[in-house]
Design a protein around this ligand. Structure first.
Ligand code: GDP
Length: 177
């Protein structure tokens, strides 16, 4: 019998970094030109990995900044996080550091399943954040790092597969304690 599991994943980051574009690419398989700021939107997709079926609920949020207070609905009942910055915006990277601290505190400083994403990698000439900086930050959390391009559909599937694996990895590490 295949296992069926429900996973709720919240996508967080500064405004205009590509959160909606990544979710849309993953679920609908297309890139949306133009910027329509998200209030909050939920996507659902069934992902089959090996014999297991994951009912993934993706919450695409309005952009946050360093002053945002994260609502309980972003903490309670959430299995994992995709934290997105744009490689063309140092500020969006700095916002991620403060968001992570808030999540970490909100979860009682337990280890969190996180995939850190540097999006807009296709705009590399305008880069303000080097890949090595993203990698270093993710490593300091024990999390995974990826660069992506929602525009070129580069690694967009990989991000959401990876967070499902990360959730399992963190769950298993607690199971073994
Ligand atoms: P959100 O506010 O974080 O949800 O950002 P959006 O997904 O709405 O994207 C903001 C803007 O950046 C839009 O104009 C998108 O078309 C554009 N965008 C998003 N992802 C990429 C990407 O990977 N590369 C490029 N070049 N533009 C992107």
């Amino acid at each position: 019998m295949p296992l069926v599991r429900y996973r709720k994943v919240v996508i967080l980051g500064y405004r205009s970094v590509g959160k909606t574009s990544l979710a849309h690419q993953f679920v609908e398989g297309e890139f949306l030109e133009g910027y329509d700021p998200t209030v909050e939107n939920t996507y659902s997709k069934i992902v089959t990995l090996g014999k297991d079926e994951f009912h993934l609920q993706l919450v695409d949020t309005a952009g946050q900044d360093e002053y945002s207070i994260l609502p309980y609905s972003f903490i309670i009942g959430v299995h994992g996080y995709v934290l997105v910055y744009s490689v063309t915006s140092l500020h969006s990277f700095q916002v991620i550091e403060s968001l992570y601290q808030k999540l970490h505190e909100g979860h009682g400083k337990t280890r969190l399943p996180v995939v850190l994403v540097g999006n807009k990698a296709d705009l590399s000439p305008d880069r303000e954040v080097q890949a090595v900086e993203g990698k270093k930050l993710a490593e300091s959390w024990g999390a995974t790092f990826m660069e992506s391009s929602a525009r070129e559909n580069q690694l967009t599937q990989g991000i959401f597969i990876k967070i499902i694996h990360e959730i399992a990895r963190v769950e298993n590490s607690y199971g073994q304690e």
